[in-house]
Ligand binder design. Structure first.
Ligand code: 80O
Length: 390
C-alpha cells in the first residue's frame, strides 16, 4: 500500500526493511535549530481555521468530548466507539510539563464548529539504554463528514511543527492501522466481567457448547481480593510506587521513565478515570506490588437495551512478591466490584503470562506502536514493550 504522506516522514520506511539491520538505532534526522522551524501554521482548506483548545475551559472540553464521542475510533465492525469522558481527557492532556498549544483543534470559520483535533503531551521514553524526551501523540480525529479531505496529514504536520518549536524531535503513537513502520504489533485481549450484557450488545458470542447460565458461572469472580494488604493507592505511596515501577520497567526495550511527579499524575486514583492499588505487607508495611487500570467506556452503536459498555483497560502492573496471576485476578475482582462489563489488556509486558489462565479471550484486532524520527532494530515482541498509551 502506498502511503503518500508517511513516505515523506522520518519514520522507518518499508523499503529500508531489507537492510534494516545495517542502519544504526537512534535518531533518524538530526534536530534542527528551533529558529529554522516553520513559524507559521500549515495551510488548511479555506473555510477552516486552527484553534488551540483550552482544556481548562468546560465549554471547550464539552466540544472536544462531543467531537470524539461521535467521530473517534470504532471497532472493526462499527458496533462500538470510544467514549472518553471529559475528566479522562483533562487527565490525559494535563500531565506535568504539558503545553496547551499542543491541544490543537480545527474549526469551521463561520460556525466555529470544532471538526478536527489532535494532541501531544510530553513524556520521557527510554528506548533501550537512552531516555529520550518525546511527545505522545493521541486523539487524532476528523469529523466523519470531512473524511478523505486529506486533513489528517495537515493535523500531523501542524502538531509536529509545534512540537519542534519546543525543541522536541521524537514522538510515540499507536494506531489500529498499519503505517510505515510499526516498532511492535500487539494483540488485544478481553476478560468478560458481565457476560450477559457483552453477549446482548454483540461484544461476545455465547460459546457453542455453553448455555447462558454456564457462561455466567464460567466468568464468576470472588467478592473480595485474595491478597492480604491489597488496597487503593494513596499519595503517601508515590515514592514507593515510583521505585517499584522504575525498577520493573527497566526490563523492557521501550518504556516510560516515570519521576515521582509523573507517578503522582498518571497513577494516583482519579474517580472514573484511573484506579490503582498497592499491596502493603501487613507486618513490614513495605509496598511490594502494584496494579492499575484506566476507565474508557465505549458507546454501543444501535442496541435497544444498552447505550454504553463500561470497560477497564490494564495500565501498569508490578508484581514482586504476589504472583502476577493472583495480583491480576484481584484486579479483575475489583473491576467487577466497580461494575465494569469487560477488562481489556494488550499482550505487552508480562501480560501473556496471565491472559489465558484468567479467561481472557483474544480480540479481533491489533494495536500497532510507532516511534517518529527514531529507528529501532525491530520489530519488537510485544513482551519487550513497557509503554501503555491511552
Ligand atoms: C470496545 O469498544 C471499542 C471501541 C473502539 C475500538 C475498539 C477496538 C480497539 N481498537 N481497541 C483498542 O485499540 C485497545 C484494545 C485493548 C487495549 N487498548 C486498546 O486501545 C487503547 C490504546 C490506544 N488508544 C485507544 C485505547 C473497541
Amino acid at each position: 500500500k502506498r502511503h503518500m504522506f508517511w513516505e515523506t516522514q522520518p519514520v522507518g520506511q518499508y523499503k529500508d526493511m531489507e537492510n534494516m539491520d545495517l542502519l544504526p538505532e537512534g535518531v533518524i534526522e538530526p534536530p534542527q535549530d528551533v529558529s529554522q522551524v516553520r513559524q507559521e501554521p500549515y495551510n488548511l482548506p479555506s473555510s477552516y481555521e486552527w484553534c488551540t483548545c483550552d482544556v481548562n475551559s468546560n465549554e471547550t472540553m464539552k466540544e472536544i468530548y462531543n467531537l470524539l464521542t461521535n467521530n473517534y475510533v470504532e471497532d472493526d465492525d462499527n458496533m462500538f466507539r470510544f467514549d472518553y469522558s471529559v475528566e479522562f481527557l483533562r487527565w490525559a492532556l494535563k500531565p506535568p510539563g504539558y503545553y496547551s498549544d499542543w491541544h490543537i483543534g480545527v474549526r469551521v470559520k463561520g460556525s466555529k464548529k470544532l471538526v478536527a483535533f489532535i494532541t501531544g503531551v510530553p513524556a520521557h521514553i527510554r528506548v533501550r539504554d537512552k531516555v529520550v524526551v518525546m511527545t505522545e501523540i493521541n486523539f487524532l480525529c476528523v469529523h466523519k463528514k470531512l473524511r478523505s479531505k486529506r486533513l489528517a496529514p495537515v493535523l500531523i504536520k501542524e502538531v509536529t511543527r509545534r512540537v519542534h518549536l519546543q525543541n522536541i524531535w521524537q514522538a510515540a503513537y499507536t494506531a489500529g492501522v498499519v503505517l510505515p513502520t510499526p516498532i511492535a504489533t500487539c494483540q488485544y485481549w478481553h476478560r468478560s466481567l458481565n457476560p450477559k450484557k457483552l453477549i446482548e450488545v454483540g461484544f461476545s458470542r455465547l460459546g457453542a457448547r455453553l448455555t447462558m447460565s454456564r457462561t455466567i458461572k464460567l466468568y464468576r469472580l470472588p467478592e473480595e481480593p485474595a491478597t492480604q494488604g491489597f488496597r487503593a493507592m494513596e499519595s503517601r505511596d508515590v515514592p514507593a510506587v515510583t521505585r517499584l515501577l522504575q525498577e520493573y520497567l527497566m526490563q523492557f526495550a521501550v518504556a516510560p521513565y516515570f519521576t515521582d511527579n509523573d507517578v503522582e499524575h498518571w497513577l494516583l486514583p482519579v474517580e472514573n478515570v484511573v484506579d490503582s492499588f498497592v499491596v502493603e505487607n501487613p507486618s513490614s508495611h513495605e509496598i511490594t506490588d502494584f496494579c492499575s487500570f484506566y476507565t474508557l467506556p465505549s458507546t454501543v452503536i444501535g442496541n435497544e437495551h444498552y447505550s454504553v459498555l463500561k470497560a477497564a483497560y490494564s495500565y501498569y502492573n508490578v508484581a514482586t512478591s504476589t504472583p502476577l496471576l493472583q495480583l491480576m485476578n484481584d484486579t479483575l475482582i475489583v473491576a467487577k466490584q466497580k461494575d465494569y462489563d469487560v477488562f481489556n489488556a494488550l499482550d505487552i509486558m508480562q501480560n501473556e503470562s496471565f491472559l489465558k489462565e484468567l479467561k481472557f479471550g483474544p480480540g479481533d484486532g491489533h494495536l500497532h506502536y510507532y516511534l517518529y524520527n527514531y529507528r529501532i532494530k525491530g520489530p519488537l515482541k510485544p513482551s519487550e514493550l513497557g509503554l501503555v498509551l491511552l
